[in-house]
Design a binder for this molecule. Structure first.
Ligand SMILES: Nc1nc2c(ncn2[C@@H]2O[C@H](COP(=O)(O)OP(=O)(O)OP(=O)(O)O)[C@@H](O)[C@H]2O)c(=O)[nH]1
Ligand SMILES: [Mg+2]
Length: 216
């Protein structure tokens, strides 16, 4: 085995260990953690903004981006507590980054934590960051073939959200095909169709998350 492969395995094992520590910490505090993964601009922050009025006071958000604190400020504006991680080049969050964030960001009083991963439908699928579930976010504007082309993200996710359904009258996107393709990979995958602009479908998504949290 090459030195590089060995080192990669060591890094992965360390990441897994920290993720398990975080999971234990979240459980003790009674916090259900959702890791949102999706490409740049898929609508992750907008979905959280749309949910914010219904979860204010009991939810918080950790934002992951290469640069800027734009998303943190948007989430705060929407009424939720938020913390920004800047990965400065890394294409995904890892467990150590989340652990470091918790040194500065108190989770007291909350029962739901959303972690918006760096915009990327590839790398975040391979990393555990202490979450209970991952949710894959794909938008109608990215092209209907994305669930089929990014199978790993779909397979590690517990649900898929198709965002920007308000734009369907203006674009060519076969949403039924997106659903069929994801179910070819994960037969019983829950799929939600949402529009952050109108709030459509966001209530069903939130209800589903709350049911997952209650079932844990
Ligand atoms: N029409 C419409 N536009 C949306 C919707 N959701 C998001 N957008 C727009 O899509 C763009 C990207 O949305 P964001 O919520 O910032 O996407 P994101 O996934 O958080 O992006 P990154 O954090 O950069 O990965 C913005 O211009 C939003 O206004 C939606 O449901 N309908
Ligand atoms: Mg965002």
């Amino acid at each position: 085995m090459s030195k590089t492969v060995k080192l990669e395995q060591k890094v992965q094992a360390k990441g897994h260990e920290i993720a398990m520590e975080l999971r234990e910490r979240f459980r003790k505090k009674g916090i259900f953690v959702v890791n949102l993964i999706g490409s740049p601009g898929a609508g992750k922050t907008s979905l959280l903004e749309a949910l914010a009025p219904r979860i204010a006071g009991r939810a918080a958000v950790i934002e992951g981006d290469l640069a800027t604190d734009n998303d943190k400020r948007r989430i705060e504006q929407a009424g939720l507590r938020a913390y920004q991680i800047n990965t400065v080049g890394a294409c995904h969050l890892d467990a150590a980054m989340v652990r470091d964030a918790l040194n500065e960001f108190s989770l007291d009083g909350i029962s739901l934590l959303f972690i918006e991963n760096v915009g990327n439908l590839v790398c975040p699928a391979s990393f555990e960051i202490g979450e209970d579930i991952k949710v894959a976010i794909v938008s109608t504007t990215e092209g209907e073939d994305k669930p089929a082309k990014y199978p790993k993200a779909m397979k590690v996710a517990s649900a898929m959200v198709i965002t920007k359904t308000d734009l369907l009258p203006y674009i060519a996107c076969d949403v039924d095909r997106m659903e069929r393709d994801v179910r070819a990979l994960v037969p019983d995958m829950p799929v939600f169709r949402t529009a952050a602009t109108t709030g459509e479908g966001t209530g069903e998504f939130l209800q589903w998350i709350e049911a997952q949290a209650a079932a844990r």
